[in-house]
Design a protein. Structure first.
Lengths: 108, 409
């Protein structure tokens, strides 16, 4: 059960014990993390579950696939550490993962 | 003073409305009335991962019970609203309860269009709209079952792909001359028809179903040309009808949806409406529209909730849609009706391409097949009313924004 921290758009820290096997997006939605909309429910079709991953964690994640890459390119303020949280599957290796939720979501 | 708000409808819009009302500080009595007996849930997985069994029922709801308790949302589940008395500002529920409101939000959604041909009352005919519908379908099919889909639109094709992945023998019958004819370009229809056929699905266009036959339950589908297709289960995906009776019977104007303004207000200043059931102005497209999409339900619900709290916010969105069929993702931005130019970007044989629609040079819609880059870029460019250079646009090596004429406002 990895423990994950979200830094919400207002700056508050939300630490969640999430079950392994679900996605980072599902962990956020189930716990009502502010700023994660996840409108398409994880289909990689909306770019409304965008997060910035603490760079020290990037090497531990599966790299972005082409579809995710294309979605992020026109997302709100994409950065090198941008990810769609629906594409990150939680495993025990991700204990301590920290991500920041952007101020806005979608193609803005 | 707004002390009680009643939200009727527990789909994407209803769930979002209560969420926004509380997040925006409404502290009064808040009720959510839903005719389905379950917590508000996501519908998109129903034809895909829920039908396949990959996603279990407990992962469908947007929020757990605890969310509604924590935010003091009084739930009335499994209770249709049967009457609306606008003068008394009361909604009447099926069990006889009357709920008084200061503001009412109608998030009634839409319902699957029913078949009316002979045999449509026989057991074995399914629709695909609710979790209960899909639970019935799952019980009716297994590997080897012969499934006939009536309708080759999004729902029909998504369900066909899922049934095929389960191992069913699947036939898709489409009335028009091509699949998804109301929503995509011919080359996109053709691409998906090829993909489905390659997976072993039988596709028959220009095919009218005249009746369903069988002893006690459906055994075959009979078409206008006299042909018969044996079926263990039939699923009809022939469009949706907005749910407007509650509003219409109470004298609110309806015309292909409940008529609302850009603030999601009906003609009654205490009543707002959001989602599939509304007919609303689109500032971007300059006409009234009715949109069946997750995004529209979500955004209109936020707008309706804010305006119900007397904050004046207008709804002005570029619609977007998606459909997953086998490993292919169809992504659509904008509305392509009344285009005057269509530009293909890329080669469908490469399995990643897009079709751009222009009106007077302005980008109004893009259909992207396995091409998230064009789709996301298009959502911005359509909103910005970008004027495009059709020659550059046809060059798939140039990014969409490099095909913009001049500078963007």
């Amino acid at each position: 059960m990895p423990r994950i921290t979200f830094i919400e758009p207002g700056g508050s820290r939300r630490t969640i014990d999430a079950p392994a096997g679900i996605t980072l997006m599902e962990a956020a939605v189930q716990n009502g993390v502010q700023g994660i909309l996840a409108l398409c429910g994880g289909a990689c079709a909306c770019a409304t579950c965008h997060v910035y991953v603490d760079p020290t964690w990037l090497p531990k994640l599966q790299p972005r696939e082409e579809m995710e890459e294309g979605m992020l390119e026109s997302a709100w303020e994409p950065r090198a550490n941008s990810r769609l949280s629906c594409q990150i599957h939680l495993t025990s290796d991700l204990e301590g993962l920290e991500v920041t939720v952007p101020q806005r979501q979608g193609a803005i | 003073m707004i002390s009680t708000i009643v939200v009727v409808g527990g789909g994407q819009a209803g769930a979002q409305a209560v969420d926004t009302l509380r997040r925006e500080g409404f502290a009064g009595r808040l009720l959510l009335v839903c005719d389905e007996p379950v917590l508000p849930y996501q519908r998109p997985p129903l034809s895909k991962s829920y039908l396949s069994g990959e996603l279990t029922a407990e992962r469908l709801p947007f929020r757990h019970q605890a969310f509604y308790e924590e935010h003091r949302v009084e739930l009335r589940l499994g209770l249709p609203a049967v009457g609306l008395d606008r003068r008394a500002r009361q909604v009447n529920l099926a069990d006889g309860e009357s709920l008084s409101y200061d503001r009412l939000l109608l998030c009634l959604g839409s319902a699957a269009r029913r078949l009316s041909c002979p045999g449509a009352d026989l057991p074995g005919l399914h629709y695909l709209r609710t979790v209960a519908d899909v639970t019935l379908i799952r019980a009716a099919i297994q590997p080897g079952s012969r499934v006939v889909m009536i309708g080759g639109g999004y729902i029909g094709l998504e369900a066909a792909a899922t049934c095929r992945q389960i191992g069913c023998e699947v036939t898709v019958l489409e009335l028009a001359d091509r699949l998804m004819n109301r929503v995509v370009a011919p080359c996109v229809s053709q691409f998906f028809a090829q993909e489905h056929r390659a997976q072993g699905i039988h596709i028959r266009c220009d095919t009218r179903v005249t009746r369903l036959e069988g002893r006690g339950r459906i055994e075959r589908v009979v078409c206008a040309d006299g042909s018969e297709i044996a079926a263990d289960a039939v699923i009809a995906g022939v469009g949706a009808i907005p749910t407007t009776a509650l509003a219409g019977d109470a004298g609110l104007p309806c015309n292909d949806g409940i008529i609302v303004d850009e603030y999601c207000r009906t003609q009654d200043e205490a009543i707002f409406s959001a989602g599939d059931c509304t007919n609303h102005p689109s500032p971007r497209f300059g006409r009234r529209v009715r949109i069946e999409s997750v995004d529209n339900a979500f955004e209109q619900a936020k707008t309706a909730a804010l305006n119900a709290l007397d904050r004046r916010v207008a709804h002005d969105r570029v619609p977007w849609f998606w459909s997953d069929q086998f490993a292919n993702k169809l992504l659509i931005a904008g509305l392509s009706q009344d285009y005057d130019q269509e530009v293909l970007r890329g080669d469908p044989a490469s399995r990643s391409f897009s079709v751009c629609y222009l009106k007077g040079g302005e980008l109004i819609a893009v259909e992207a097949v396995n091409h998230s880059k064009d789709y996301m870029a298009a959502r911005k460019l359509i909103a910005q009313r970008a004027q495009m250079n059709p020659v550059k646009l046809a060059n798939p090596d140039l990014a969409l924004k490099e095909a913009v004429n001049g500078t963007l406002s």
